[in-house]
Ligand binder design. Sequence first.
Ligand code: AMP
Ligand code: MG
Length: 527
Amino acid sequence: MRRLVDLEFTHRYLDELPADPERRNETRLVGDACYSYVEPTRVAAPRLLAWSDLLATELELKKPAAASARDPDVEILAGNARGRGMQPWAARYGGHQFGHWADQLGDGRAISLGELTTTAGRRFELQLKGAGRTPYSRHADGRAVLRSSLREFLCSEAMHGLGVPTTRALSLVATGEPVIRDMFYDGNPRAEPGAIVCRVAPSFVRFGNFELHAVRGEHETLRKLADFVIRHHYPSIEGDDPRRYALWFEEICARTAVMIAHWMRVGFVHGVMNTDNMSILGLTIDYGPYGWLETWDPLWTPNTTDASGRRYAYARQPQIGAWNLARLASALRSLVDDETLLQAGLERYAATFEATHSAMLARKLGVGAVDVDTDAAWLDELYELLAASDADLPVFFRELSRRLAPEPESFESLLEDACAVLPAPTLLQRWHAWFDAHEARVRRGDVGDREVRRRAMDLDNPLYLPRNYLTHQAIEALEQGDATLLERLLELLRNPYRAVRGAEIFAARRPAWARDKAGCSALSCSS
Ligand code: AMP
Ligand code: MG
């Protein structure tokens, strides 16, 4: 096992792509370049608050021996020291925010340090979020508060455990410095503890990197960045294939479709699907006011800033994915002679999403297949009943597999667990009919072994999720210096499909008090 301080870091992004020649770390519009050199701003008293053992094992890293700055690795993770070969940078990108072109955004508080290489030769970029101002910080401070950093740290690792493509998080470090935030946007700013997350991914390039080059007419740089991403991250696409940019776009479309199908499967709502928050690798990125659909409300969003438009609500995510890909397609237009090839990519998105989503839904329900046309009425009835019964979705879906057990659980007992109160008799009648139809579908056609199907259901329906109210409790505890709950959640979420004795409370429906409490369901963008 290795220590960061002993490793030699590389930075292909810097070696192979054009830099901003200006070194002034001041807010400004940056010219034709992919990044600006920056230095993280020192912090007063770094302290390691959390560490992902799972990711560290994948990266072959040893946990820092001391939580304080006495350990040189903690200094690196706080931005106070540089490892060997590290050359920090902030990436330049733009983006469409809430449907409107926002022009230059860029890494305003994220600073990449370099790449480490595993013994198997895989490279991972390490990036500090909340490490200080950059030329892209605009009017903001370059910092992040503990609560939003804990949310990003925990959810990155939880999504990985859930089997959802995502950027990862290695560490959560307290800065020992206050950060001023107006959490409710009500004119009452207060000082909160600051923190830095070390994020890890093969690359943090976003749709917005390409959009900004396209808008500025920087076609050479756009092509260089596309070649860079293809060369290092889409190696199956041949360098000399004349259709390579179109094939690459199609592959991005397919990956994005699979990612969003997973979001729908686990009930994840990203909350801010702006094109600067869309990874070119099809990874979930930039965890802000995200949440989990706990009761059926397709237009639910955890993001209070989006409460009136609900652009990024749960059920809209697939179509927003398509919209964002269409923005990327326009940005890549100068690379592709024949526009219909980009159209083919968007069609691939729709087809991949439909196929992946319906296969996942079939596995979640334990039925052989879901046909969106012939099963539509039955599915609509399910969603109506779930909403009318105020059923907890994760509990309902998880328990559904018990209907396939050798001694099936009664549907009433299943509903007792999923609903706060047993549904009224008229609803129960409808549920009865729905469960009969479910059983008929379970038996239909070549269904294979019922027991095999039951086990498969439990691998698609998570038992544990970092529900916002649980994460909120972990934040409140950590702000008081107690990391026990965070560590417990991290441990359970390493494999959220496997039941752990004594952890029942973490699999239960959200308590009534948490339903409308700030931070426990909906959140502002303040971070
Ligand atoms: P987000 O909504 O988190 O994706 O951020 C949108 C843009 O605002 C990105 O360019 C961020 O880097 C920037 N940004 C967000 N918060 C801060 C902050 N506290 N300091 C500097 N830039 C920020
Ligand atoms: Mg962002």
